[in-house]
Design a protein around this ligand. Structure first.
Ligand code: HEC
Length: 154
């Protein structure tokens, strides 16, 4: 009488062990799947947030107007000629590729002595957006950042 019960108990123990093992394995893969799903859902949100968060018009106003002017024509509000390139010059627009502009914005000109580079505070993507949205569309007499206000509170 003793033996069959014992065997039965051992067998049940073994069965339970296998069941627990199987369940924990399954739980593991379910957790992995959930983590993956979560990562897939969250990744685009995180990726989109960064570039959208920087207002490039305000950035231009703050960092570029001193040399390139509020309208990009390299002339100040007072009509003074500034040091920078005139973005509203159609010949320069025609002759200069996006990649070259992006490179200059990120790295500057002549070790930053002629023009400072902005790669520490601007991503390549943001520099490209500045070229497409601000520099390529600049027109003489039309402020690049009209809603931001003039430098110096004017
Ligand atoms: C300290 C003055 C200064 C500042 C600030 C400055 N630049 Fe410049 N930038 C220059 C000068 C000088 C040139 C070269 C002009 C020339 O070649 O005649 C230039 C040239 C450029 C060019 C043309 C490059 C080419 O290949 O022709 C781009 C594009 C440009 N700047 C973008 C910017 C942007 C965008 C900012 C702000 C994020 C900025 N610059 C800030 C002085 C400046």
């Amino acid at each position: 009488m003793q033996r069959p019960i014992d065997q039965c108990g051992m067998k049940r123990l073994g069965e339970n062990y296998v069941k627990v093992l199987w369940m924990s394995k399954r739980a593991g893969s379910v957790a992995l799947l959930l983590t993956l799903l979560l990562a897939i859902c969250i990744a685009p949100v995180l990726a989109q947030e960064e570039p959208a968060s920087k207002d490039l018009k305000a950035f231009y106003q703050k960092n570029c107007t001193v040399c390139h002017g509020p309208d990009g024509s390299a002339v100040s509000v007072e009509g003074k000629k500034l040091r920078g390139r005139n973005f509203t010059d159609p010949k320069w627009q025609r002759d200069t590729g996006d990649e070259e502009m992006v490179k200059v914005i990120l790295n500057g000109i002549f070790f930053g002595w002629v023009m400072p580079g902005f790669k520490d505070i601007l991503t390549a993507d943001e520099a490209q957006r500045m070229v497409a949205d601000l520099i390529r569309t600049s027109k003489k007499g039309q402020m690049i950042a009209p809603d931001v206000g003039m430098p110096g509170g004017k």
